[in-house]
Design a protein around this ligand. Structure first.
Ligand code: UT7
Length: 334
């Protein structure tokens, strides 16, 4: 815990990402389920996805992304006050993956906890981290978005297994000058949509039994069209809210970083917000949908590709299971 920093602004001061080495292409999937590269590319924008090695788990992907983000930030692991791991797939039901990541990083002064908000977990983590820094309770916060969705994908169900990939992204939050950093947030949930995107088995409603496994309840189940139409609506609502809260218009946005679930969703969102394609980060072709990891991976890509500079106005927007959706508006600080 630090001395009071009440009123301090927080911003992202380092980003990192990690994608497992193994790649599964659409052509590989053609050999597994009744699908085609053409269907997957035209309906989703996906060409290939990364798959974690058998001996890789959530904390391993998290650690690699976090190390890169910390190196970029210049902040040492022992200077971290909090580590948030946003994921639907922790190493274990408990202990928290964030505690394991903290230990491996040597973040011995940090509290670590996992945050479950599906595809909105990174955006939610940035909001929580910003709140802790602004309130003066914490100074340096590491936020990770990480998923091994291929571990819970049913490779007999072509409706879902072609959509997902594994990966991790991370961001370090720290105090920044006034007017920089996280300017506005939007978060909302509606559990009425819970049934449309769900891993029904393994929790307290349907504890894991031979029967739940035989019924394939430990895999992702999704009503794609229901999620699709709510995603476009939710991402636009969240994005418009943060732009308005901060007193800007979408013309002021330098970079749109949408959750990468489907190229058609991102295009619809971008067009409704009237943001040009060249100001939008799209990496779904090579990474597929990595849920909470898509936005931090895109931010890390944008930095590596020189698409982000100090002072740029960055808009994130996301939608996922819950339903839960949200956005952040960020004045980039490095
Ligand atoms: O990250 C969390 C949020 N997730 C999302 O936002 C995902 C939202 N949903 C989507 O992205 C889209 O709804 C999907 C990509 C999942 C599906 O695209 P769609 O255009 O909504 O297709 P559909 O579900 O309406 O299916 C159209 C046809 C069906 O065949 P019939 O009934 O018209 O004969 C499906 O059986 O495409 C068929 N189909 C496939 N064909 C080849 C479904 N999956 C496949 C497949 N390969 N992999």
């Amino acid at each position: 815990m630090q001395k009071s920093l009440m009123g301090t602004h927080s911003g992202i001061v380092g980003v990192g990402s990690y994608l497992p080495e193994k790649i599964l292409t659409n052509f590989d999937l053609e050999k597994i389920v009744d699908t085609s590269d053409e269907w997957i590319r035209t309906r989703t924008g996906i060409e290939e996805r990364h798959i974690a090695a058998d001996d890789e788990a959530t904390s391993d992907l998290s650690y690699n992304a976090a190390k890169e983000a910390l190196e970029m930030s210049g902040i040492k692991p022992e200077e971290l006050d909090m580590i948030i791991v946003g994921t639907v797939g922790p190493d274990y039901a408990f202990p928290a993956t964030a505690a394991l990541v903290a230990h491996r990083l040597g973040a011995k002064n940090a509290v670590g906890f996992d945050l479950e908000a599906a595809c909105a977990a990174f955006v939610t983590g940035l909001t929580v981290g910003d709140g802790m820094i602004r309130s003066g309770l914490m100074k340096n916060v590491l936020v990770i978005g990480v998923e091994l969705l291929t571990r819970i994908s049913d490779f007999t169900d072509r409706n879902t297994c072609v959509l997902f990939g594994d990966g991790a992204g991370a961001a370090v939050l720290a105090p920044v000058a006034e007017g920089e950093g996280l300017l506005a947030h939007f978060l909302k949930s509606n559990g009425a949509g819970g049934e449309f995107l769900i891993q029904p088995g393994g929790g307290t409603r349907n504890p894991a039994t031979r029967e739940t496994v035989e019924k394939r309840m430990h895999y992702v189940h999704m009503d794609g069209q229901e999620v699709y139409k709510n995603a476009v609506r939710g991402m636009v609502e969240a994005a418009k809210s943060v732009i308005e809260q901060a007193g800007y218009t979408s013309n002021d946005v330098d970079l749109l970083v949408p959750h990468q679930a489907n190229i058609r969703i991102m295009e619809a969102v971008r067009k409704r917000l009237k943001i040009p394609a060249e100001k939008t980060v799209i990496n779904i072709a090579k990474m597929a949908n990595t849920s909470s990891a898509t936005i931090p991976i895109c931010l890390a890509d944008a930095v590596k590709e020189g698409r982000l500079k100090k002072g740029d106005l960055v808009l994130t927007t996301t939608f996922g299971a819950g339903f839960t959706w949200g956005a952040n508006l960020i004045r980039w600080s490095f």
